[in-house]
Design a protein around this ligand. Structure first.
Ligand code: FDA
Length: 319
């Protein structure tokens, strides 16, 4: 119930206009966001790299309302990739297709993504397509397949374990050798599309993990690239110790090497678990968002964990 309310607020223009005027809200969001500028983001990447973590950089933005905004977002990603390559950091990029025009024109969105993925390819980089709410899932796979049919393989996807359809989606994606980031899912979905109970989302997460681990093993257990940019086929993106442990135990049992099992976590969340996994010899990638469009991302983080609302209110009291 609370989650649905926050997801509604994350999309509500009126709420965004109010909250983004509050200085304390921006300060609270700072826990999850590396900064407003690319320079600040690169400083964070260097610090994380120095501690042994790889990074995926998200230039915040989603649901643009015009194709001109999608073109601007595409240009921003081209600049970001130039910077990653020039700065020689261990990072790739994550983006949302509604930022590149998916809701306006599917072909234009695919063309925008194609520019970004070609640019990344030129310097051995990789682009991950984030997965958004279920109204965009079919179109997301369509754009992804369009890119793959151009012969591009430095692009990957994310799949949500809360959706019933994900088992079939993962089977099809694995037939195509897709690199998959497995997540639980951050949006509010109706019970006819998504498991309403956390225990079922978790069980499906473990089942999908096993499917992807088996496929990664069968495909030769390709490791994360030496420069940290291209992830292996399997990325577990969760802060839930039980999901992490289940994937680790299964991978070990079937013989998938540690270098072929990447763990991903969000900037500012469960650094203890990030450290523990890196110390155990697994590749760990931190998802680092930056930019001025922090509002929907921040409100989704509040939706995930009610305790974050208290943390937000503490900033209000402190002023
Ligand atoms: P769960 O929600 O069960 O949390 C487990 C534990 O993690 C909590 O007990 C708490 O300790 C900690 N935790 C989790 N969320 C927290 C928060 N917001 N603040 C503080 N602590 C928190 N979703 C999506 O729909 N599309 C996508 O493309 C992505 N991409 C993505 C990339 C990466 C790298 C990650 C880690 C996650 C995503 N997500 C996502 C978000 C994902 O779907 C999910 O909403 C969150 O990861 C929370 O779920 P957990 O798996 O962490 O488990």
């Amino acid at each position: 119930m609370l989650k649905a309310l926050f997801i509604y607020l994350s999309k509500a223009r009126w709420a965004r206009q109010i909250v983004t005027r509050w200085g304390f809200a921006r300060r609270a969001a700072g826990r999850f966001i590396a900064g407003d500028t690319l320079d600040e983001a690169i400083t964070s990447v260097r610090a994380l790299n120095a501690r042994g973590f790889n990074v995926t950089l998200d230039h915040l933005g989603e649901n643009v309302s015009a194709l001109s905004d999608a073109l601007r977002a595409t240009d921003d990603y081209l600049v970001l990739i130039d910077r990653i390559c020039g700065a020689d950091v261990r990072a790739n990029v994550s983006l949302k297709l509604t930022q590149l025009g998916l809701l306006q024109d599917l072909q234009a969105c695919q063309d925008n993504l194609s520019c970004v993925v070609h640019k990344a390819q030129a310097c051995g980089g990789f682009v991950r397509i984030d997965i958004e709410d279920s109204s965009t899932t079919d179109r997301t796979w369509q754009v992804y397949r369009g890119l793959r049919s151009q012969g591009l393989d430095n692009v990957g996807v994310a799949v949500q374990s809360y959706l019933y359809r994900s088992v079939d989606d993962v089977k099809k994606l694995l037939d195509d050798g897709a690199r998959i980031r497995l997540v639980k899912g951050a949006y509010s979905e109706p019970a006819n599309l998504a498991f309403p109970l956390k225990k079922d989302v978790d069980a499906n997460f473990d089942a999908l993990s096993r499917m992807i681990i088996d496929a990664a093993l069968a495909a030769g257990s390709r490791p994360v690239s030496a420069d940290g940019r291209v992830p292996p086929m399997m990325a577990i993106a969760s802060h839930d110790p039980a999901r992490v442990e289940a994937a680790r135990a299964y991978a070990e049992r079937v013989g998938l090497p540690k270098s072929a099992l990447e763990f991903q976590m969000l900037y500012g969340i469960r650094q203890d678990l990030q450290e523990k996994l890196a110390a155990a010899g697994y590749p760990v990638r931190v998802y680092v968002p930056y930019g001025t469009e922090w509002y929907p991302y921040f409100v989704r983080r509040l939706a995930e964990r009610p305790a974050n609302v208290w943390f937000f209110l503490e900033h209000l009291v402190r002023g």
